[in-house]
Design a protein around this ligand. Structure first.
Ligand code: AMP
Length: 329
């Protein structure tokens, strides 16, 4: 079975965009691939979070992924910093990564622009750590968004370079898995662009029923169509996209007919969307609460995930040490 590895950024709560755009696909993937997921807490150190931030965000993201249906029996979830073998490979990859190529990475240049007072070496070598995360498991596929494509290119480059330097055919080049191409882009509740944390236009999986209803009822619309079969402006198209995701195609078609006949009442459409959003989110929310209040269970899941990941990573590290010429320890 092909191996899939995916890192999860421990930043904030999951929203509907994450759910429909990524997590739902992960839940499906765990039945089709040999999957592992990890919470990328080492990566998060580039922005210097406090110990409290780290503990809280790891627990939050773990609870939310489990609540969405990631089954640790099928797809182990581990915390990156629990698997120290990754660091050893990171060091080896750093030795073969060149300053010029690391400085040319777009996400690094962006960070330099955004946080000029905190251009640390971890930011520069981010692609080396990401490559270590992937190569340590000899992963075949990595589900990534378009923004990560360049880092994936670097991972492939580092794999090839290692093989070339040591004259081996050891690492295979991991492929990017663009599951997101097929997925819909989830629009924000403000009617513009994508739902995203930094946009303040999100429906979070942990939002309570009242909040969900309030946010949807306040979603931006217009005065309604003024002609039969009128083309929809972007805000309305976005509402219909959300409607189809939450209430299904039949419901979206029903409101589409009303729109075309100029009989649409956005309030009715939103009421149905809110009811369906709550039906979808209520069990997820309940599970989030259950997981996040059970530290012993989360601990056990993290420990078991780390054991499985470390066993696989240790095998790679033993082989890599031998290839490099180090003693067996
Ligand atoms: P982020 O939390 O922004 O790092 O997003 C993590 C992943 O969630 C992305 O790589 C996408 O696959 C998915 N995602 C986030 N926002 C959206 C959205 N509005 N529509 C579809 N997918 C999304």
């Amino acid at each position: 079975m092909e191996r899939v590895i995916s890192g999860i950024r421990p930043t904030g709560n999951l929203h509907l965009g994450n759910y429909f755009g990524a997590v739902k696909s992960f839940v499906k993937m765990q039945d089709e691939y040999d999957c592992m997921f990890f919470i990328a807490d080492w990566h998060s150190l580039t922005t210097h979070p406090t110990p409290e931030d780290i503990k809280k965000s790891v627990k939050t993201i773990l609870s939310e992924y489990l609540a969405c249906g990631i089954d640790p029996e099928k797809a182990p979830i581990y915390v990156q910093s629990d698997v120290k073998q990754v660091l050893e490979l990171y060091l080896y990859l750093n030795m073969n990564a060149y300053l010029g190529e690391l400085e040319r990475v777009t996400s690094f240049k962006e960070k330099v622009r955004k946080q000029p007072d905190n251009v640390n070496a971890g930011l520069l070598t981010y692609p080396c750590l990401m490559a270590a995360d992937i190569l340590v498991h000899k992963a075949d596929k990595v589900p990534v968004g378009k923004d990560q494509e360049q880092n994936m290119e670097m991972a492939r480059l580092f794999a090839r370079r290692f093989n070339r330097i040591y004259r081996v055919e050891y690492f295979k080049e991991p492929a990017s898995f663009h599951f997101a191409d097929k997925a819909v882009k989830v629009p924000g509740l403000d009617g513009t662009g994508k739902m995203g944390k930094s946009e303040g236009n999100c429906l979070y999986l942990c939002d309570d029923e009242k909040t969900v209803t309030k946010k949807i009822m306040r979603a931006v619309t217009d005065q309604g169509p003024t002609q039969l079969n009128q083309e929809k402006p972007e805000v309305i198209q976005n509402l219909f996209t959300l409607c189809e995701l939450l209430s299904g195609k039949e419901a979206a078609d029903y409101y589409n007919d009303l729109y075309n006949n100029m009989q649409i009442r956005y309030g009715d459409m939103k009421k149905q969307m809110a009811a369906d959003a709550n039906a979808l989110l209520a069990p997820i929310r309940e599970r989030i609460l259950a997981y996040s209040s059970d530290d012993a269970l989360l601990d056990r899941i993290m420990r078991q995930g780390a054991e499985k990941a470390a066993a696989r990573a240790e095998k790679t590290i033993e082989e890599v040490r031998e290839i490099i010429g180090f003693r067996k320890i």
